[in-house]
Design a protein around this ligand. Structure first.
Ligand SMILES: Cc1cc2nc3c(=O)[nH]c(=O)nc-3n(C[C@H](O)[C@H](O)[C@H](O)COP(=O)(O)O)c2cc1C
Length: 190
């Protein structure tokens, strides 16, 4: 039995941000990717997530912001580290910050809303892969930094679920070992 969606899911591999290059998705492709990402299970239709796009010059500009935050948050980052930060978002033509946004609602626990944001990240990756791009969902230090939270102007109910890097794979990633189903799947027994 062959099925293109199953084939994609079974073959998908993340492509490391360092192995991504130009070109990135076109405007029309980006819209498809974002539509796929906003079509995830969402209990009570709260839309508990949003997307921040980094493309073109915004990536270098945000790199400058990251280097400045690194300088204040780390005791002695050194010139090499600061240069790395300045170039962090330049690793791919497109970086999408998925922002989880908790909407306090009876019957829709925070946990479920957080999971929904995770589903957005995965749909971004699957949609980008389906269109022939490479993608990686990462957080790194900037996903957890107070300074980055401020720079992204996140509200108190928001946090970074991930930075999804999307571009063209410069090299095909090696296969990655996957868990054996027998080790993670079991029938429930009374
Ligand atoms: C929430 C989350 C955060 C992650 N953060 C990082 C990260 O900061 N750096 C990293 O190398 N991989 C990170 N990963 C792992 C990659 O997304 C990816 O799973 C890994 O490169 C393996 O690729 P695969 O998707 O082909 O299994 C993260 C994964 C998740 C779910």
């Amino acid at each position: 039995m062959t099925n293109p969606t199953i084939d994609l899911l079974l073959a998908r591999r993340s492509v490391s941000a360092n192995s991504l290059g130009e070109p990135g998705p076109s405007t029309a492709e980006l819209e498809l990717i974002l539509r796929a990402a906003s079509r995830v299970p969402d209990h009570k239709k709260l839309v508990p997530w949003r997307f921040l796009l980094f493309q073109g010059e915004a990536r270098a500009a945000f790199g400058g912001v990251l280097a400045e935050i690194c300088r204040t948050e780390e005791s002695d980052p050194g010139a090499f580290r600061l240069k790395t930060e300045a170039k962090r978002f330049l690793r791919a033509p497109l970086v999408i910050a998925v922002i989880s946004r908790i909407v306090k609602t009876p019957g829709a626990p925070e946990w479920e809303q957080t999971l929904s944001a995770g589903a957005c990240c995965q749909n971004l990756i699957v949609a980008a892969t389906a269109l022939g791009y490479g993608a990686q969902w990462i957080t790194e230090w900037c996903g957890y930094s107070e300074g980055v939270r401020k720079a992204l102007r996140l509200a108190d109910n928001e946090r970074v679920a991930g930075f999804v890097y999307i571009g063209t794979a410069k090299e095909k990633p090696d296969e990655r070992e996957r868990p054996k189903l027998a080790e993670i799947v079991a029938p429930w027994r009374p």
